[in-house]
Design a protein around this ligand. Structure first.
Ligand SMILES: O=C(O)C(=O)C[C@]1(C(=O)O)C=C[C@@H](O)C=C1
Length: 365
């Protein structure tokens, strides 16, 4: 008689056996990779070099994407390899990353997307705290929001670059997807919805259609809303899918935001320079003298060098009223000749230029 498995499908048997053998090989290879990472770690430690090399990590991921012929989608490949690299870092030294908390916010999700889940994350109360932790060398990296495709710039983050010496070493794009979470089982039990005012505003149409006239209660964050939902009979929260896991809530509806193009960009801040990857961005902060045409003449070298300016934002200067600082993002790395030339030229035209960092371009959803 042929061997049968629990489903009574004997033809599955050899395939399951093949999967077992493949898994054993994958396991052995991942452990082999970790052993190699451990050796690299020992060399780096001996030379006083940092464990993290974002440029190398990007090269590893790019190479694998190039080699991938499927059927594994690139998104899955990136998820798997982000975790394998996280484990390879961890075996060298556990990595400490601070982020704008609380737990299960979109900043937390962005941090996990970038660093992998096998990283030590600490929620911090404010954006200033994240900058301070990195500035004072209490943590090597931090993650903060910098702009949202619908709401615009996060001014506090931009302002903190004026005072701080941290460097941008990465960017993360995350689609903002809101879910309706509750300890209750169905929508008709819901009597009050908790969330951050921005999240409530972003789900206005859905709420009007599905929970018309229901009490809306504002919270300081979507995670705080999830906590309220845990403790309030008839309560629901608009929060992230991560909050459903963290607070053990049921997802009564997912993707309830009115717009499907709501994306937040986050920055990874640290203190080390990131080497060029071939697809980089450079962020600069500059001030111009109060003379006609000053901004035009500062930006002119950018187009002359054929560089793509991907962002320009102004903020009031902290030191002088009615004076402005400009944030500009250029495609390219500070080590690329055209970027270097532009920055040299800017230094002759601006009253002040600060290089905030050159870092790999983030994958846009
Ligand atoms: O190549 C290195 O320097 C490593 O430490 C290995 C590795 C990896 O897992 O590929 C891990 C951490 C670094 O940030 C870069 C790459």
């Amino acid at each position: 008689m042929k061997p049968s498995n629990k489903n009574g499908l004997p033809e599955l048997e050899p395939l399951r056996q093949a999967i077992n053998e493949t898994d054993q090989k994958i396991l052995a290879l991942v452990n082999e990779r970790l052993d190699i990472a451990r050796k690299i770690g020992a060399i780096k430690q001996g030379k006083g070099l940092p464990v993290v090399d974002f440029s190398r990590e990007r090269a590893v991921l790019n190479k694998l994407q190039e080699l991938n012929e499927g059927p594994m989608p690139d998104e899955t490949l990136l998820l798997l390899y982000t975790e394998i690299i996280a484990a390879s870092r961890r075996i060298q030294q556990p990595l400490e990353v601070g982020y704008l908390g609380p737990k299960a916010t979109f900043t937390h999700m962005a941090a996990m997307k970038h660093f992998g889940r096998s990283t030590n994350f600490t929620p911090l109360a404010t954006i200033s705290d994240v900058f301070e932790e990195v500035d004072k060398r209490r943590r090597p990296f931090g993650v903060v929001p910098v702009e949202n495709s619908m709401e615009g710039a996060v001014n506090l983050t931009l302002d903190l670059f004026q005072e701080s010496d941290v460097r941008i070493c990465g960017e993360i794009y995350l689609p903002i997807r809101h879910d309706l979470l509750s300890a209750e089982d169905s929508l008709d039990q819901i009597m009050v919805v908790f969330s951050h005012p921005q999240a409530i505003a972003q789900c206005r149409k859905w709420l009007g259609k599905n929970l018309p006239g229901i009490l809306q209660n504002q919270c300081s964050s979507t995670s705080e809303a999830a906590r309220m939902a845990v403790n309030t009979p008839g309560g629901a929260a608009i929060a992230s899918s991560e909050a459903a896991i963290t607070y053990e809530l049921n997802t009564l509806a997912d993707n309830i935001q009115d717009s499907t193009t709501n994306i937040t960009r986050f920055l990874v801040i640290g203190r080390d320079k990131v080497q060029p990857t071939g697809r980089d961005k450079t962020s600069l902060l500059f001030a111009i003298p109060h003379i006609p045409g000053a901004l035009h003449s500062v930006l002119q070298p950018i187009s002359e060098e054929g560089l793509n300016m991907v962002k320009l934002e102004s903020r009031p200067s902290k030191s002088a009223s009615w004076h402005y600082l400009f944030f500009v993002d250029l495609e390219g790395h500070m080590k690329d000749e055209p970027v270097k030339k532009v920055v040299d030229k800017m230094r002759t035209l601006c009253s002040f230029v600060k290089w905030l960092g050159s870092y790999p371009v983030g994958d846009r959803p």
